[in-house]
Write a protein that binds this ligand. Structure first.
Ligand code: 13P
Length: 229
């Protein structure tokens, strides 16, 4: 299983460091085959040692240059970061990243050998139209994306389940993951209101290879509990 924590715009450099130190002591008993990822805000990126992978929530597709407000490859290389989240719905919706832009970013980080956690997810109005519309929408989010890339992990995060406290049901997760797996031979994570109370049930669903956790990962006890439970 993969357990990934996306801090979004939460935690500072200091609190991320303290979080990681605590997390590592708590997950000493984790199963050897399980993998833990932490995606802190860019200001908290650093070099850590321990049995987990530190990734970037975002970066610009350039080594360096005139891209005000962005970080590029050079800033990631400083900390030997080789994992990145691409396509998160908050970047698609709030930061207005288009599919073409996302595909370009994907290709860039693929060409630099990054492990990519690529996020997809439908809005509520599409979910309400039924499974056929959901799949059509989700598959359109692979436009321009090399889904055969060996370091690709996909995260299915229905937008209506993100930060709402309302996770998708087990049946919705199972049917969507099963349908996605027909196209995608890659690890497939679920994200959207995953918390200690539902994480066990979600990881037991066939076709779920791990979790991408937002709010409930901010508290170290809560995230560690999901890993060691
Ligand atoms: P929540 O766990 O807060 O719903 O966020 C999920 C998410 O967007 C992780 O990337």
């Amino acid at each position: 299983m993969i357990f990934a924590a996306n801090f979004k715009t939460n935690h500072t450099r200091a609190s991320t460091k303290a979080y990681i130190e605590t997390l590592l002591t708590k997950i000493i008993t984790k199963r050897a085959e399980d993998k833990v990822y932490i995606f802190p805000p860019a200001t908290a990126l650093d070099q850590f040692s321990g049995d987990f992978i530190l990734g970037a929530q975002n970066a610009y597709m350039a080594q360096n240059g005139a891209f005000t407000g962005e970080i590029g490859l050079e800033q990631l290389e400083e900390f030997e970061i080789k994992t990145i989240l691409i396509g998160h719905s908050e970047r698609r919706e709030i930061l207005r990243e288009t599919q073409a832009f996302i595909a370009e970013k994907f290709a860039y980080f693929q060409s630099h050998g990054f492990e990519i956690i690529y996020c997809i997810g439908e809005p509520l109005e599409i979910r309400q139209q039924g499974q056929h519309s959901v799949m059509e929408y989700l598959l359109s989010q692979f436009e321009g994306i090399d889904i055969s890339y060996e370091k690709l992990i996909v995260a299915y995060e229905p937008i209506w389940a993100i930060g709402t406290g309302r996770s998708a049901t087990s049946a919705e997760i199972a049917s969507t993951h099963e349908a996605l797996k027909k196209t995608l031979q890659k690890p497939l994570l679920y994200g959207g209101s995953v918390k200690p109370e539902n994480s066990k049930e979600i990881i037991s669903i066939r076709g779920v290879d791990g979790l991408l956790v937002g709010s409930a990962s901010l508290d170290v006890e809560s995230f560690a509990g999901m890993i060691t439970d």
